[in-house]
Design a protein around this ligand. Structure first.
Ligand SMILES: *Cc1c(COP(=O)(O)O)cnc(C)c1O
Length: 376
């Protein structure tokens, strides 16, 4: 029997996360202060200031999850019954749930076959007089075509929302930070993301009116500087002080986290050039990719996933089991609506979980396993 190898680090394992002394001290600092609610402490306000500064945007608004961040953004556009929001069928449910919550309709545009990001031509074709916004997801950490999507949104008077939940510190081909290209950008601090506080969310914008609406929606429509008056509809999407304090520590680790992911993903990319039948599901230039996971293209994703799993290398065929529109929570969408998305999910897309804890040896092991499955 070969000796059993140590499992690869995962995001549910301290080896695959970056919690250290600073996070531990952050938790104790908040407990010792006696104030755990974000409405009354300094941690959430400080996190917002630090996030806005890191990205060079005027305002950041904290909230309780990435889904909440997207809900703040969608609500700030004013989208409601009779309105439409265009987005991708390949994303987390949190991208579309806020649109449904506002009573607006999700219009799905197909994706590009080579990286799974929104196809700008399909977005353009999906725009109607009822469209309010486009949500561009930077899938797996690779940039959506924000240049063309920006141009389409400007021409039609639409709000461009970037969903950066998988793309912390990613860049577009011109080297601009993802999250600085839309009217609003949304981030998640959920356990599986680049940095985490368990759950949590942030939005960014340069528009003071959008920021004001998002801040009100996050806290029951209540501007606490003017008394107990509810100016707008709002929910309780507040981030807690404990989450904010941990997120502040995590934010300082972000450049290192993304640099390590780029180094190991680059090593794998190199190895892939010698393996038949598999390539990256990512567009050149790869330098700005944030590598939330490593997405691959193969001919039969189920065969590859099974082969890799048998060698101790986790792999997800298709990322999703079905496009978002094929879930029972949504109705009125026909199968075949977005054929390129369906083919990626059913046949060609293979996702390798990835994190900053991967060593050179771990990447070698993944590459060897891919080589074996390629020739099996
Ligand atoms: C994780 C994720 C979300 C939702 O974030 P939560 O914090 O889990 O609510 C939204 N969009 C994308 C692309 C995601 O990956």
């Amino acid at each position: 029997m070969p000796q059993r190898e140590m499992p690869l680090p995962t995001v549910l394992d301290p080896r695959g996360r970056t919690f250290g002394r600073e996070e531990r001290e952050a938790v104790l600092r908040v407990l010792d202060s006696g104030v755990l609610c974000g409405a009354f402490g300094q941690e959430t306000r400080s996190l917002e200031t630090e996030m806005a500064a890191l990205y060079g945007r005027a305002e950041a608004v904290s909230c309780s999850s990435g889904t909440a961040a997207l809900h703040l953004a969608v609500a700030a556009t004013g989208a409601g019954p009779g309105d439409e929001v265009v987005t991708t069928p390949i994303s987390d449910f949190g991208t579309v749930a806020p649109v449904l919550a506002q009573g607006a309709r999700v219009v799905f545009a197909d994706v590009r076959a080579d990286d799974g990001n929104l196809d700008p031509d399909a977005v353009e074709a999906a725009v109607t007089p009822r469209t309010k916004a486009v949500i561009a997801v930077h899938l797996f950490g690779g940039a959506a075509d924000t240049v063309r999507l920006r141009e389409i949104c400007d021409r039609h008077g639409l709000t461009l929302i970037e969903d950066c939940a998988q793309a912390w510190f990613g860049e577009d081909p011109a080297g601009r930070l993802l999250g600085t290209l839309g009217d609003i950008a949304c981030f998640s601090l959920q356990q599986y993301k680049h940095i985490t506080a368990g759950d949590g969310g942030l939005t960014l914008t340069d528009d003071p009116e959008l920021a004001r609406r998002m801040r009100l929606f996050m806290d029951k429509g209540w501007d606490r500087t003017e008394g107990r008056i509810h100016r707008t509809m709002g929910l309780n999407y507040r981030m807690t002080e404990l989450v904010a304090a941990v997120a502040r520590a995590q934010l300082t680790r972000l450049p290192g986290v993304v640099a390590r992911r780029r180094a190991t993903a680059g090593q794998l990319a190199e190895a892939l050039t010698g393996i038949d039948g598999v390539r990256l599901a990512a567009r050149e230039p790869l330098t700005g990719h944030a590598w939330w996971v490593v997405p691959l293209l193969v001919d039969d994703n189920v065969r590859w996933a099974k082969g890799l799993e048998a060698l101790g290398v986790p792999a997800l065929p298709g990322y999703l089991e079905r496009p978002l529109y094929a879930n029972p929570a949504l109705s009125g969408y026909a199968p075949g609506l977005c054929p390129r998305a369906e083919r990626l999910i059913d046949r060609t897309l293979l996702v390798l979980p990835w994190n900053e804890g991967y060593s050179e040896g771990d990447v070698d092991r993944v590459a060897r396993a891919l080589g074996k499955v390629a020739t099996a």
